[in-house]
Design a protein around this ligand. Structure first.
Ligand code: FES
Length: 323
């Protein structure tokens, strides 16, 4: 199989603290067992954690990167996900060891921006919080945060982001489940701001909205990170066959697994980073078949001939990939 083997270096990190960050949201503090420094990370980084049920899941680091002795992940218990967050919530205990990758960054903060506009939806606050925390008291440029959540009870880090000092920079908006109460992002995005970079992380619907509203911005100013567990299941999902043209190998991709996961199970692995359809690392040439595109990267004109194999599936019974 002509695809790259990619193995994450895993560290056995101990959970030294678990605490609730909001309703259904919990923080896990991970450290080396001997308390030594961890590999450095930059704002927006994530780690892959092997949760107690054996699944490998990606979580953003939300602590300040200058905090070298711990990685802090904050996780929402997703009852509709594929079980990673449920396992972490229900089975992980303080003192347990979780195999954890060295940090990777598919959502890096540019350091020469003239301004930053952060848009977070729900648990999407985590990489953005690491960015804001990294600024400390001397941010490199003016910044603002729009933080959209369901209610105060489900808002992680609400106290930290609601201080009087941050009043002019942070807007926290709760919908209370009422679509008539959605925040109007157009007021913030209508006029492109030269040199300002927009960072958006949250549910797919929010990112679609921001992408639609920033079509008139320069693409290099807009950055997305997703928190889907490698592609959420949808009712229309069906199994399909993926054929690797170069090796002529064929695999079945069942419901609940991504093409990338199936390739890994068979001993190979394409390069990947975000594994949520936002970074473009797993871009693969599609030779035959009709893809069901679920990424945030491809332009409409690219969709017939390319696919992001970390999230996208098939509308046809078979996809032939240039692998
Ligand atoms: Fe980032 Fe697939 S790994 S888009």
């Amino acid at each position: 199989m002509d695809i790259q083997i990619h193995t994450d270096t895993q560290m056995p990190l101990r959970i030294v603290r678990i605490h609730d960050a909001a309703e259904g949201i919990r923080s896990f503090h991970l450290q080396q067992s001997d308390g030594t420094e961890l590999p450095p990370f930059s704002p927006g980084s994530h780690v892959k954690v092997q949760v107690p049920n054996g699944m490998l899941r990606k979580y953003s680091l939300c602590n300040d990167p200058s905090d070298r002795h711990q990685y802090v992940i904050t996780v929402k218990r997703d009852g509709h996900g594929r079980g990673g967050s449920i396992s972490l919530f229900d089975e992980a205990r303080e003192g347990d060891v979780l195999p954890t990758s060295i940090p990777d960054n598919a959502f890096p903060l540019v350091d020469n921006a003239k301004g930053y506009l952060f848009i977070a939806g729900g648990i999407g606050i985590t990489p953005i919080l690491s960015m804001i925390r990294s600024f400390g008291e001397l941010p490199p440029a003016p910044w603002k945060l729009v933080y959209l959540t369901h209610s105060p009870e489900t808002t992680a880090f609400l106290d930290e982001l609601s201080t009087p000092e941050l009043k002019k920079q942070v807007r926290v908006h709760h919908t209370h489940g009422d679509s008539a109460n959605e925040f109007d992002l157009w007021t913030a995005l209508e006029r492109p701001l030269p040199g300002t970079h927009v960072y958006c992380c949250g549910p797919r619907r929010l990112m679609d909205e921001v992408r639609d509203m920033t079509g008139h911005w320069s693409p290099h100013q807009i950055h997305f990170e997703s928190f889907a567990e490698g592609g959420q299941k949808r009712p229309e999902d069906k199994p399909f066959t993926v054929t690797l043209a170069r090796s002529e190998r064929r695999f079945e991709v069942p419901v609940g697994k991504t093409i990338l996961e199936v390739l890994r199970e068979h001993g190979g692995n394409a390069p990947s980073s975000c594994e949520s359809g936002t970074c473009g690392t797993c871009r693969t040439k599609l030779l035959e078949g009709e893809a069901d595109h679920r990424d945030m990267v491809l332009l409409p004109e690219e969709m017939a001939g390319q696919i992001m194999i970390c999230v996208s599936r098939a509308k046809s019974d078979e996809l032939v990939l240039d692998l």
